[in-house]
Design a protein around this ligand. Structure first.
Ligand code: AMP
Length: 639
């Protein structure tokens, strides 16, 4: 269960872009984002802290729009039960979930300076660098390096160490030798209360808060399956080497869904709604064969068993719709299946929504069928059964294994160890128990390994009775499976920034103007209001329009600075405002659309209704153009 790792596109530069052009593009985006305060390195006046960022005003607005759409698209659509749990989590919870023991990334140290690096990152950087820059590379070697990149997430500590040695990789900053890779736990540790006796951690994911509440949520849902719970909140991971801006940070917002379902029935009634969607999928076989992602129809991927079940498929489809409606380019979005070793042993299947940006293919949403693992682990640790019930209409006769240890005999034989032996006997699987029964019947005794004692003990016939009995059952009790879509909100937003950004020529020859073509849904501000010139009568009209926009719930700003209208348009294009209202008369005004720069003329009292119609998605700009006269005011644009 390592911290997530972005996969690198195996066909590096397959899209024709070069590392240099990607870097230039990224610089242009990042400069605009930082200059316009979409985000700010946290604690900047104290030189900042790696991996911590603040969202500034337009960034905050984009994030809140993305989350509002997430709630609408998932929570509202599926009647999910939303919860909000604390970030500080007691150790026992994360011990049960496996995070205390296994939430690690492999780290290497510069042997002289002690600087730490993520081992897989060093190997990845080496391979990418060679593939991009080494012109003497043979086809064979290139294929090998591509293969290493494709299976990077799959490598064990030993395999990773061996590759680092084989390629002679040293510490990037000093070229000093590096240590062998070793695991580093990514959780921030803390203690709860003043005594220091109660260890805790900042949660590395929000999911555990949902699992530990399963019993109450199931009851709240009328003891019915399936149902889903959802949570949006901060997650904390002490990343070894945070880099790539918002993509790998130490505190970030997660939006997670835990969909609880009967393990014997993972069909989904609404799967038909997404079955016909076609998009890029990257199944395991294609990855292993060094091929690329392929367009697939979701329904076929499920019916052919490439995607494990309908519910998992349903969420893959819904995630596709969510991301593309936000403005993610569908041609730079793919669903990649986890390789066998990359997946936790208990997981039935796992797909990542990966978005391509200037850093390569980035895992932005993980969609996993985690089977019954999480609920099972918390049931065992807490002693509270986190189970569901299926009531039978008619009682059913079933054969059940009954193991009855004789506490008296076991006590006499094992004294203080009696409890451990009893527990081990009761925990036997059906197969083990039937083997013991046969052995006790034929030989009268049997050696039995008790894990908690770390040794085998001799069990005799009088110590345990094992039988298969017919019983009438009125219900089935089972641990539900969990299907978990987990969204890294910051990663999605950063990719959205890149996919929305473009430049267009300005007034002067060498001037380039930056634009974010955010769909109205995510735009930080929906509308600006510009009095064309500084005049009281225009400002009064602007105020009337602003009032009507506020009443309609549309975020807007009035810009009464006397600067040219062209400059004012450019300034708001740069933060992605889709509509600009220019007040150039007291009866009617123009509305300009950001990307086409087309303008319509409209009466003042209609402005809010029209802007709302388009920002709410009830009409498109093209619909509006049909209804209103276009305004040939290109002089305004150039002023
Ligand atoms: P995981 O639980 O590792 O599958 O992570 C869930 C999601 O969180 C991933 O799909 C990423 O989008 C996001 N994520 C994981 N680690 C980070 C990080 N260090 N910074 C930002 N987002 C992250």
């Amino acid at each position: 269960m390592a911290g997530s790792q972005e996969q690198v596109a195996v066909n590096i530069n397959g899209d024709g872009s070069t590392a240099a052009s990607r870097e230039t593009f990224r610089q242009a985006v990042v400069n605009t984002l930082e200059r316009r305060l979409f985000y700010i390195p946290s604690f900047k006046i104290y030189r900042g802290v790696a991996g911590l960022y603040d969202y500034g005003p337009p960034g905050c607005a984009v994030k809140s729009n993305v989350l509002a759409f997430w709630r609408q698209h998932f929570v509202l659509e599926e009647n999910m039960l939303e919860v909000d749990c604390p970030c500080v989590t007691p150790e026992i919870v994360l011990k049960a979930s496996g995070h205390v023991d296994k939430f690690t990334d492999l780290m290497v140290k510069d042997e002289k300076t002690g600087t730490c690096y993520r081992a897989d990152h060093l190997l990845k950087d080496y391979c990418k660098d060679k593939l991009e820059k080494d012109l003497t590379l043979s086809a064979e070697k290139a294929a090998e390096l591509r293969h290493v990149l494709a299976v990077l997430d799959d490598l064990s500590a030993e395999e990773l160490g061996a590759k680092l040695k084989e390629y002679g990789i040293t510490a990037p900053d000093t070229k000093n030798p590096i240590s062998d890779p070793y695991p580093f736990n990514l959780m921030f540790q803390t203690s709860i209360g003043p005594s220091g006796m109660s260890p805790g951690y900042m949660r590395p994911e929000t999911a555990q808060g949902i699992f530990v509440n399963f019993k109450d949520l199931y009851y709240y849902n009328g003891n019915k399956l399936p149902f889903a719970a959802a949570q949006i909140g901060q997650a904390f991971r002490n990343e070894i080497s945070p880099r790539q801006g918002l993509l790998r940070v130490r505190e970030f917002t997660l939006a997670e869904i835990e969909h609880f379902v009967d393990p014997d029935d993972k069909s989904h009634p609404k799967f038909v709604d997404v079955a016909m969607l076609e998009f890029l999928m990257f199944p395991r076989n294609e990855q292993m064969a060094g091929e690329s992602a392929i367009p697939m129809i979701l329904g076929e991927a499920v019916s052919q068993g490439i995607v494990n079940n309908e519910t998992l498929g349903y969420f893959i489809g819904r995630v596709y719709l969510f991301l593309t409606q936000l403005g993610i380019d569908k041609d730079r979005l793919r669903f990649r299946q986890h390789l066998p070793n990359e997946m936790a042993h208990y997981a039935a299947d796992c797909w990542d929504a990966e978005i391509e940006c200037s850093y390569g293919w980035i895992e932005c949403v993980g969609i996993a069928d985690r089977s019954a693992y999480d609920l099972g682990a918390h049931s065992e640790k807490s002693g509270v059964p986190l189970v569901a019930h299926e009531k039978f209409s008619e009682p059913r006769e079933v054969e059940k294994l009954v193991i009855v240890p004789s506490k008296k005999e076991l006590g006499l034989a094992f004294k203080g160890n009696q409890r451990m032996v009893v527990e081990a006997l009761e925990a036997m699987s059906e197969k083990e128990a039937l083997e013991m029964k046969a052995s006790l019947e034929s030989k009268g005794e049997m050696d039995f390994h008790v894990c908690t004692l770390g040794k085998a003990v001799s069990i005799t016939k009088d110590m345990v009775s094992i039988s298969m009995e017919k019983k009438k059952e009125h219900q089935r009790v089972f641990t539900p499976s969990v299907i978990e879509p987990s969204f890294g909100v910051g990663r999605i937003i950063y990719c959205l920034f890149e996919h929305s950004f473009y430049t267009r020529p300005g007034k002067s020859e060498d001037e380039q103007l930056n634009v974010f073509r955010f769909p109205p849904l995510v735009a930080p501000i929906k509308c600006t209001v510009f009095p064309l010139i500084k005049a009281q009568k225009f400002e009064d009209v602007a105020k009337i329009i602003a009032k009507s926009l506020t009443a309609a719930g549309i975020s807007h700003i009035i810009d009464i600075t006397g600067t040219s209208i062209g400059k004012r348009y450019a300034r708001t294009d740069e933060i992605g405002v889709p509509f600009a209202v220019t007040v150039d008369s007291t009866s009617s005004v123009t509305i300009r659309e950001r990307d086409s720069k087309e303008q319509i003329r409209i009466s003042i009292d209609e402005v809010a209704t029209v802007v709302k119609e388009v920002t709410d998605g009830q009409s498109t700009w093209a619909d509006i153009l049909w209804r209103y006269p276009t305004h040939s005011a290109s002089h305004v644009e150039d002023e």
